[in-house]
Design a protein around this ligand. Structure first.
Ligand code: NAD
Ligand code: UDP
Length: 344
């Protein structure tokens, strides 16, 4: 019997791509999302891509009692916990909203799981928990660092809460997946990243400049200690990332205790490298201006991704060109995200 997997936040960017990959492997997928940062259309598109139906609960992870009911009714074996608010700038302006949603929400989920005896959790963590690391590439042994915003702290605290829960109750299996920079979209162009308002992440910003929605890319600093002075990150195709979750589900029985795993390619690209790759894909120049550094940004962040290969048998397949091509296809087919579907 294939496992029954609950995706909190499964209507979102990474959750929807993970749903496709799990369904393709025959898993039963149940999505639990309050749609605070997503659209039901994403779930319909996942059904279209896979030809399979998804059970969807429009509900909040803060509702512990309802979560318990869903865990029991749906006989959930594993929870993949994506649900969180993730806008770094907004978290600085409204920390209590972020701590309430992300931390109280996670406590509510863990309480529901503990009460009903569902003890497998795979968690969406982030490279942000490393802070400004002293060494690159970053292995999982690099100590967690100082986060520069409440969003980052909420991820760091959630990791700690799950680790403490495992210490108290060793039956709890916890996989902390630390994502580097997910970009790109499903090859169909039907699902992708749909930021509300002006994007704060690099790739959606570049895509919107390319499609003419925004005028030029603001490059936040060219005086970093990197090969061309612009910030370096480890970009990973969202479909590769999604497949990392499938591998975590497949390998749960083998894993012990709290397993921390970087999901990344192991390669670093600068802002200018990414713009150049995007230009090659679309065959035209992307206008940009160099501006001052953005508060809280670091020079470079890229992973040692060897543990994922060793422990999960997973490694990224797609390169930066694939990531840009797929982001571009999604952007062209959905210039205003899920709400407006006209093609250009
Ligand atoms: P997303 O905003 O697209 O998806 C998150 C989903 O959670 C949304 O559908 C939202 O409606 C839902 N949600 C939020 N609060 C909820 C609540 N209280 N109850 C129910 N549903 C709720 O974000 P994403 O990019 O898909 O990220 C998924 C996870 O991965 C998040 O936890 C995020 O912090 C983490 N992460 C993302 C990135 C990234 O760059 N995208 C990097 C590292 C980690
Ligand atoms: N960046 C930029 N302009 C933008 C958005 C991002 O120059 O409009 C840079 C940012 O300084 C960093 C990299 O692009 O070096 C990736 O930023 P993003 O916000 O996508 O991810 P982060 O690594 O900060 O989570």
């Amino acid at each position: 019997m294939k496992k029954r997997v609950l995706l909190t936040g499964g209507a979102g960017y990474i959750g929807s791509h993970t749903a496709v990959e799990l369904l393709d492997k025959g898993y039963n997928v149940i999505i639990y999302d309050n749609l605070s940062n997503s659209s039901k259309i994403a779930i319909e598109r996942v059904e279209k891509i896979t030809g399979k139906n998804i059970k969807f609960y429009k509900a909040d992870i803060l509702d512990t009692e309802f979560l318990k009911k869903v865990l029991i009714d749906e006989k959930i074996d594993v929870v993949i916990h994506f649900a969180a608010l993730k806008a770094v700038g907004e978290s600085v302006k409204n920390p209590l909203k972020y701590y309430h949603n992300n931390l109280t929400g996670t406590l509510s989920l863990l309480k529901a799981m503990e009460d009903v005896g569902c003890k497998n959790i795979i968690f969406s963590s982030s490279a942000t928990v490393y802070g400004d690391p002293e060494v690159t590439p970053i292995t999982e042994d690099v100590p967690k660092g100082f986060c520069t915003n409440p969003y980052g702290w909420s991820k760091s605290f959630m990791e700690q809460i799950m680790t403490d829960l495992h210490t108290a109750n060793p039956d709890f299996k916890v996989v902390l997946l630390r994502y580097f920079n997910p970009i790109g979209a499903h090859k169909s162009g039907l699902i992708g990243e749909d930021p509300q308002g002006i994007p704060s992440n690099l790739l959606p910003y570049i895509s919107q400049v390319a499609v003419g929605e925004l005028e030029y890319v603001h490059i936040f600093g060219d005086d970093y200690k990197t090969h061309d002075g612009t910030g370096v990150r480890d970009y990973i195709h969202v479909v590769d990332l999604a497949r990392g979750h499938v591998k975590a589900v497949e390998n749960l029985e083998k894993l012990n205790g709290v397993e921390i795993i970087n999901l990344a390619t192991g390669k670093g690209y600068s802002v200018l490298d990414v713009i150049k790759s995007f230009e090659e894909v679309i065959g035209k120049k992307i206008p940009y201006k160099i501006e001052k550094r953005r508060a809280g940004d670091i020079d470079k962040s890229f992973a040692d991704a060897s543990k994922a290969k060793k422990v999960l048998g997973w490694q990224a397949q797609y390169d930066i060109k694939d990531m840009c091509e797929d982001a571009w296809r999604w952007q062209k087919m959905n210039p205003r995200g899920y709400e407006r579907e006209e093609k250009i």
